[in-house]
Structure formats: structure tokens, C-alpha cells
Design a protein around this ligand. Structure first.
Ligand SMILES: *[C@@H]1O[C@H](CO)[C@@H](O)[C@H](O)[C@H]1NC(C)=O
Ligand SMILES: *[C@@H]1O[C@H](CO)[C@@H](O)[C@H](O)[C@H]1NC(C)=O
Ligand SMILES: [Zn+2]
Ligand SMILES: [Zn+2]
Length: 443
């Protein structure tokens, strides 16, 4: 090869590399319906996929609990810096809010959660959690990676975006309502709509799933102290036994759902904690019970909460005990039910069908788990959906919050391109889609 040939060869290599993803064609030139497929093709490219996997493994090895996502937030900001994406930090303690696009309206938001769980990883693999007692067992490492992936894809054709995408890397989804703090920080005031996703262990790789309307339950906690009078276990006549009283309380609580609720309006009351004395021969002064309650509709949720308090205090008094009930709302704000906007769901479904085909969209039934994504939904139209992970090499897959939970990394390009596609298409179609102002008009 001559010197001149070599130079031009190197130059071509350089040019190819500098437009790693999409140099060749415009995203929007072949019409709206082609966008999701084009984006998925980019996201599945070898180099892009390995970049995603690297980020996910790094985050997975260093899990952090809610509002402590210091290192995770650093990883996010380092990647945004490399892409030349501007952001605000800290928002809601450890959150990062980035933006890509024109800087002008319309604005659409994409959300990922960054926190891990206080549990020991039991999966034995090279990139297992390096932090004892903490684990990404809900897939939030994957969600954060998918949103970074979406950001890189969006950045690649930023000039073609017809508005601005707000990137929400939120802290503390697990029980601590990081989403509520993000909303309160006021950083989403301009956003017309918001999209969120979650990896799903029971859904096939390459498949996507959601439903219009009720998707996930609202959830709250309660803790009650049933107060009697302690004494010798052999002399119950001189004591007021809170153990028997609390046992009655637990059984009566179970009757709220089985006897009062509409069987077709799903609700759950679970007492998960029951603590009395440490000794076999001492009647304790009091018993502490604690649990969770869930409902799919806001009305049922409110009613459930009222009845839980009534049942606990009344049943305690039947047994001559007193009771105090605490819903712990200060530290653990109750999550509202997650309901998908119906028109946004149609929009989502169109994007999914354009990306992976009708056969890979599945409408799910509602589930009784909950998501703090619901707090965004209270502020603007929103949509939440599931991205499948299961394939032959991952079957069966442990459920979220299991110490054996795994992420199939092949799902990362799907999540990244779904987020990027929804944002891109929303901005192009926004005038005919639900947005904050159209919702306000109805009020
Ligand atoms: C319950 O509260 C009432 C009113 O304060 C009090 O008189 C009673 O002693 C309490 N009972 C127990 C078992 O603590
Ligand atoms: C919001 O929705 C209304 C009614 O559907 C529409 O006229 C308006 O253009 C939309 N606004 C944005 C910013 O997309
Ligand atoms: Zn979780
Ligand atoms: Zn989760």
C-alpha cells in the first residue's frame, strides 16, 4: 500500500469511527414507522452493545441504597460528560437530570431509577456485587444503563429531534419515593409526558408488555403497637395479653380483603412482622405488628387504609388492649397506583409494534407490585411498561427482589431503543398526543 493510500485508509477508518452509529442515513427520512426499527438496529451494534454491558456491570458491582447513589450518579455524569450532554446535579439528593434536543418545547421525559436493595447477592458470577449486603436485585442497574443508552442514541441524531428530551436518573425508588422528590424539585414543570420501563423476568427477550389504565397497585405500610399489661405466663388473670389481642387483629385484618372488597377489585393486606416478648414464660407489655397494603384504585387504597386503622384499634379493645397505628408516611410516602394514560398507551403500542412486530407485544394483567413512577403520573400523562429478558440461557429467571435475580444483558439494547424511540416519536407526534396542558384543559 502506498503512503497516500494508507493515509486515506486511515482517514476513512477515522470517519467511520467518529460516526459510530448512524452516519449513513437520516432517522426520519423514511417516515415515522421506520424510526423504532432503525434505532434498534443501531442499539444492537456490537460496539454499542458492549458499551452498554460495561456500564451495567460496573453499576451492578457497586450497588447503593436509596439517596446514597453517589458513585452510580458519578458513573451517569461521567458518561453524560463524554457525550456532551448537559445536566443538573444534585436533584433530589443524588439524582441527575439531563437534556438532549433543541432546548425548546415540546418537552418529554424519560425516567430510570438508580437504587439497589439491602440484600446479599447469591448469584455466583464474575461481576457480582462487591458490596456485602447490597444488591441490584430489581434491575435498576439495567434501567440506568438503558437510559444512558437511549441518551447516546438520541444524541447521535439530536439535530433531527423536534423538541427536548429530559433524562431523569432518579434516586430511591425502593420504598423511599425518590420520584416524589424529583417532582417536588420542580425540574419536570416543562415536561408534557413521561415514560418509564422495567425489566421483566417472566417475559421473553425481545418482547414488550404493558396495558392501558390500571397497571400496578398503590402501596402503603403500617406499623401498630398493641398495648396490654405484661406478666407471668402462668398467671394470665393478672395480665392483659397483647399476644392474643394482636393475633385477633391479624386474623380480622385478613377479613377486610376477603369479605369487604369487591373480588374483582384486587387488594392485598399482609402482616409481615409480629414481635412480642423474647421469653416463653413472659406475657409482654405490648406486641408490634407491621405490614403492607395494596390496591389498584385510589378509592380502594384510601378505604383500605381507613379500615386497617379501625380494625386494629377495635380488635385490640375487644381484648382490653389499646393500640396505636402508624402509617410511616413521613419516611415512606405511600405510592399511588400506577395507571397508564389510555392514549399514550396506544402511542406506546404503535412504537413497540413498529420496533419488534405485533407478535412481540403482549398485554399484561395488572400486578400488585408498586412503583414510585406513579408520582410522575400524578403530575402529567405517563406510561410505564415492561421489557422482556427470558431466553433459553435464562430459564427460569428468579423474580425481582430475589437474591438470585439476574439481568439478561441482551435486553439492554431493547430497553435503550424503546426509550429513545418513544421520546423521538412523541416529539414528532406531540400535537396529537396527551400532554400536561391538554389534561389541564379537561379540568
Ligand atoms: C388504655 O388507655 C386507657 C385510656 O388512656 C387507659 O385507662 C388504660 O389503662 C389503657 N389500657 C392499657 C391496657 O394500657
Ligand atoms: C397538547 O395537546 C393539545 C391538545 O391535544 C395540542 O393542541 C397541543 O399542541 C399539545 N401541546 C404540545 C406542547 O404538544
Ligand atoms: Zn424493586
Ligand atoms: Zn424496580
Amino acid at each position: 500500500m502506498s503512503y497516500r493510500k494508507l493515509i486515506s485508509f486511515v482517514l476513512i477508518l477515522y470517519l467511520l469511527n467518529s460516526c459510530l452509529l448512524s452516519c449513513s442515513s437520516s432517522l426520519t427520512s423514511d417516515g415515522l414507522s421506520q424510526i423504532p426499527k432503525k434505532i434498534l438496529t443501531l442499539a444492537k451494534k456490537h460496539e454499542f452493545f458492549h458499551w452498554l454491558v460495561g456500564i451495567r456491570r460496573n453499576i451492578h458491582e457497586h450497588p447503593e441504597l436509596g439517596y446514597e447513589e453517589v458513585e452510580t450518579s458519578k458513573v451517569v455524569r461521567a458518561e453524560l460528560d463524554k457525550m456532551g450532554v448537559s445536566y443538573d446535579h444534585p436533584v433530589a439528593v443524588t439524582g441527575v437530570i439531563g437534556s438532549v434536543g433543541t432546548g425548546q418545547a415540546p418537552f418529554v421525559a424519560l425516567r430510570a431509577d438508580m437504587d439497589a436493595l439491602p440484600m446479599q447477592e447469591m448469584v455466583e458470577w464474575e461481576h457480582a456485587s462487591k458490596i456485602p449486603g447490597k444488591m441490584h436485585a430489581c434491575g435498576h442497574d439495567a434501567h440506568t444503563t438503558m437510559l444512558l443508552g437511549a441518551t447516546k442514541l438520541l444524541k447521535e441524531y439530536e439535530k433531527e429531534l423536534k423538541g427536548t428530551v429530559i433524562l431523569v436518573f432518579q434516586p430511591a425508588e425502593e420504598g423511599r419515593a425518590g420520584a416524589k422528590k424529583i417532582v417536588e424539585a420542580g425540574v419536570l414543570k416543562k415536561a408534557s409526558a413521561i415514560f418509564g420501563i422495567h425489566v421483566a423476568n417472566v417475559l421473553g427477550l425481545g418482547k414488550m408488555s404493558s396495558r392501558p389504565g390500571q397497571l400496578m397497585a398503590g402501596s402503603g405500610r403500617f406499623e401498630a403497637k398493641i398495648i396490654g399489661r405484661g406478666g407471668h405466663a402462668a398467671l394470665p388473670q393478672f395480665a392483659i395479653d397483647p399476644v392474643v389481642a394482636a393475633s385477633s387483629v391479624v386474623l380480622s385484618l385478613q377479613h377486610i380483603v376477603s369479605r369487604e372488597a369487591d373480588p374483582l377489585d384486587s387488594q392485598v393486606v399482609t402482616v409481615a412482622k409480629f414481635e412480642g416478648s423474647d421469653a416463653f414464660n413472659v406475657i409482654p407489655d405490648y406486641v408490634t405488628i407491621a405490614g403492607t397494603f395494596r390496591a389498584l384504585s385510589p378509592q380502594s387504597f384510601k378505604q383500605l387504609k381507613e379500615r386497617i386503622e379501625q380494625v386494629i384499634t377495635s380488635q385490640a379493645s375487644v381484648h382490653m388492649c389499646n393500640a396505636t397505628v402508624d402509617f410511616l408516611e413521613e419516611n415512606y410516602p405511600p405510592f399511588p397506583p400506577t395507571e397508564n394514560d389510555e392514549a399514550l398507551h396506544e402511542f406506546y403500542k404503535n412504537v413497540v409494534v413498529d420496533m419488534v412486530g405485533t407478535e412481540n407485544y403482549l398485554e399484561t394483567l395488572p400486578v400488585m407490585v408498586s412503583e414510585d413512577f406513579a408520582f410522575y403520573k400524578e403530575e402529567m400523562p405517563g406510561h410505564f411498561s415492561f421489557v422482556g429478558m427470558q431466553d433459553e440461557s435464562h430459564l427460569p429467571m428468579a423474580s425481582p427482589h430475589s437474591p438470585y435475580f439476574e439481568v439478561n444483558e441482551e435486553s439492554l439494547p431493547y430497553g435503550a431503543s424503546l426509550l429513545a424511540s418513544m421520546a423521538t416519536r412523541y416529539l414528532l407526534e406531540s400535537s396529537s398526543l396527551p400532554n400536561k396542558s391538554s389534561e389541564n384543559d379537561e379540568l
